[in-house]
Design a protein around this ligand. Sequence first.
Ligand SMILES: Nc1ncnc2c1ncn2[C@@H]1O[C@H](COP(=O)(O)OP(=O)(O)OP(=O)(O)O)[C@@H](O)[C@H]1O
Length: 292
Amino acid sequence: MVEENGNDDLKGIRVQGMQFSYDGQPPLFVNFNLNISPGSRCLLVGANGSGKTTLLKIMAGKHMVGGRDVVRVLNCSAFHDTQLVCGGNLAYLGGSWSKTVGSAGEIPLQGDFSAEHMIFGVEGVDPVRREKLIELLDIDLQWRMHKVSDGQRRRVQICMGLLHPFKVLLLDEVTVDLDVVARMDLLDFFREECEQRGATLVYATHIFDGLETWATHLAYIQDGELRRAEKLSDVSELKNSTNLLSVVESWLRAETKRERTNPSNPVNQIQKTNNPFASSPFVSSRHMAYYR
Ligand SMILES: Nc1ncnc2c1ncn2[C@@H]1O[C@H](COP(=O)(O)OP(=O)(O)OP(=O)(O)O)[C@@H](O)[C@H]1O
């Protein structure tokens, strides 16, 4: 996934030599590199806790990591150049029930407001795009946000997140509450946005239905390390199987097995001792190294 336009005209995403730890935690990312080409639809896959959400939040400018050159989105620093988000070029849709709306900051989506109030409250929107999204997501503008189902609330959140024609969209498993029709229609909309406007999309998910023909690229993270980053058409395992779910499942199963059987994994050495972590085969070697 090499950025095709060179560093001076970067239209996608470039993460270079990134280090990141949560306060008081062992490092999650150490010298992490990833390039995402403009116009691509990149799936971010990995086990629970591998770092997908953290990476998306870093790319969305929600965590500071090093200097201005470490995480570049559309040739700007994801963290420092606040106009990226405020201007609508960079959009992030995550799991929490709130929506960052430009300079208005985080808008809660569970108060006693109508869907209309929420959606029409976003300023500077093309009315044609707004109508299209309301229709696509089958939103009833009379819905009261404190009385809707999770799926209905999610539709409003997604609608608000897509009102501005983003250039880069970071999605953290937001389709999980949607029914199949809404999910497939939304995926079609995203494809259109990439193909017609050259938008770039990164989508972290554990649901692979319909994604074999939708995604263009795939990035696989294990325990904060990038294991694979390639075009979907180049994933050798997919040449024998069209089932992305079973391919990713085999990677994650192999990962668990490796952790359990690797003799150099401190977990397995310490299992012979009275160490309190020894009972968990899922504690990573990186974390064990930190706790030793
Ligand atoms: N706010 C936080 N403070 C400390 N540690 C955190 C915080 N958020 C996440 N972590 C840790 O960082 C690691 C990566 O978490 P992250 O949420 O990025 O994983 P993920 O791949 O998105 O997982 P999932 O598939 O379960 O959503 C985990 O070990 C997690 O415990």
